[in-house]
Design a protein around this ligand. Structure first.
Ligand code: ADP
Ligand code: MG
Length: 450
């Protein structure tokens, strides 16, 4: 399995949280894992370095199994961990530098993302998932390119890696390369600097399956697009698979040229759509199951609550789940966790009290409170009392409803989102310094409760 260097820190940070949870004596934990990190991953071995030889021996003798297990949970792959010191590793690399003349091929795939742990639902992603499976089984022969588009946090990157991992596992002779459009640009710039464009093209000639993430970031520079176009054609013309993701439909990729867009459209473009409540709930269960999270004291009510309030975007959903896990690590509860226990974690009380609230109600009540009309409230009038009321109403929309800034701007006569940010900042500042003002805002909040 290959893991990108910039993922090392992320993996080790997650591992430390889990290790800490399992090692009772906190000051001992701090001592032996002080300044530990992943030094390198070579083939299936992860080299972890710690502060000194004593720590390395203590950890190896007592916690190696635990570390292997934790790393397995995070990466979903069987890595072998070796704990050593940084100076020992530096010595090793010096020795190896002359032995390893040829650079190993790096596919940049993250083993964590697989088809198995992707939740499929009819309304959101079944079509994309099926297309991804089909091309993973027969790369280059069905849809080429496969173009996956959709909003952020819905699983595009996950599917791209899943395709790559599946191919690497079942068709070991094929070389798979994952990279973002940004990475592509960087490689291109490096090649230019080293006057190596032909080498760059050769490099791609060697690859069988190319997975390009976030094509919307492909640089506007003509020359980069030209090289990309060349590589793209090389793949499609040779029946080598390309999969591309983007946050929008190919036709809306304004910075790309028509010839590239029409080439994209010659394959299959499929949209990955927002997930609904049922899917969100299934994803939560899946994450809990695959990450070996102990769910014996998480009540279904809690998961339903999280799914209900975060369906739409899976990244947000995962954020909420992490919050819950963090709550468990910190509080180490013995019995079942219910919604009541999570008031501090999720602002649940606030949401329940303001359940039937919407922007119209906020506008009406604030206008009434300040003796103005809602039209004045949403107008561009700059009379000071109207401005005060307008700022507070915007702030309440943000604070109580968590509305996006752009949406609040729209609610208030099409104002810019920076106007909304300014309003909220002003209110926040004033709440801290002006007791009368705070009282008015509190009164308004009370009036807005059902
Ligand atoms: P995108 O690339 O579309 O912005 P990602 O692929 O990075 O989204 O997904 C964000 C997170 O949500 C990832 O951790 C991914 O594993 C998870 N995720 C998204 N969709 C699903 C799904 N259908 N099933 C399981 N996990 C998902
Ligand atoms: Mg992505």
């Amino acid at each position: 399995m290959t893991i990108n260097v910039d993922k090392y820190k992320e993996i080790w940070d997650q591992a430390l949280v889990m290790l800490e949870h399992n090692i009772k004596d906190k000051s001992f934990f701090d001592t032996i894992f002080y300044s530990s990190s992943i030094y390198n991953i070579v083939n299936d071995t992860i080299y972890i370095t710690v502060n000194n030889k004593f720590c390395a021996t203590t950890i190896t003798n007592n916690y190696l199994d635990l570390i292997n297990e934790v790393i397995y949970n995070i990466t979903q792959s069987n890595f072998k961990c070796v704990v050593t010191t940084k100076s020992a590793m530096d010595e090793e690399s010096k020795k190896n530098i002359f032995e390893n003349e040829t650079k190993p091929f790096v596919s940049n795939l993250n083993p964590k993302y697989t088809f198995d742990n992707f939740v499929v639902s009819d309304n959101s992603n079944r079509e994309v998932f099926t297309a991804a499976m089909v091309i993973a089984k027969n790369p280059g022969l069905s849809y080429n390119p496969l173009f996956i588009y959709g909003k952020s946090g819905l699983g595009k990157t996950h599917l791209l890696h899943a395709i790559g991992n599946d191919i690497r596992f079942n068709q070991k002779n094929l070389k798979v390369l994952y990279l973002t459009a940004d990475d592509f640009f960087e490689e291109y710039v490096k090649a230019i600097k080293e006057s190596n464009i032909e080498n760059l093209k050769d490099h791609y000639r060697d690859i069988d399956v190319l997975l390009i993430d976030d094509i919307q970031f492909l640089s506007k520079k003509e020359k980069t697009k030209e090289v990309f176009f060349h590589i793209f054609n090389l793949f499609v013309n040779n029946n080598k698979q390309i999969v591309i993701t983007s946050d929008r439909h190919p036709n809306e990729l304004k910075s790309l040229e028509d010839r590239l867009v029409s080439r994209f459209a010659s394959g299959l473009s499929v949209e990955i759509k927002t997930i609904d409540y049922e899917t969100a709930l299934k994803i939560l269960h899946k994450k809990i199951e695959t990450q070996n999270i102990n769910d014996k004291n998480i009540s279904e009510e809690v998961l339903e609550y999280i799914a209900k309030n975060n369906s739409g975007d899976v990244r947000q959903l995962e954020g909420a789940l992490n919050k819950l896990l963090f709550h468990i690590i910190i509080n180490n509860p013995q019995g079942m966790i219910t919604l009541k226990d999570l008031h501090g974690t999720f602002n649940i009380e606030r949401q329940e009290n303001f359940e039937t609230l919407d922007a119209d109600k906020i506008k009406n009540i604030v206008a009434e409170y300040y003796n103005i009309t809602t039209n004045q409230l949403t107008s561009n009038l700059r009379t000071s009392s109207i401005v005060v009321a307008r700022h507070i109403a915007m702030y309440l929309c943000r604070d109580l409803l968590n509305l996006p800034l752009i949406k609040i701007g729209e609610e208030f006569g099409g104002k810019d989102h920076t106007t909304v940010i300014n309003a909220c900042e002003k209110v926040n500042k004033k709440l801290k310094t002006d007791a009368n003002y705070k009282q008015a805002v509190d009164e308004l909040k009370n009036m807005l409760k059902n």
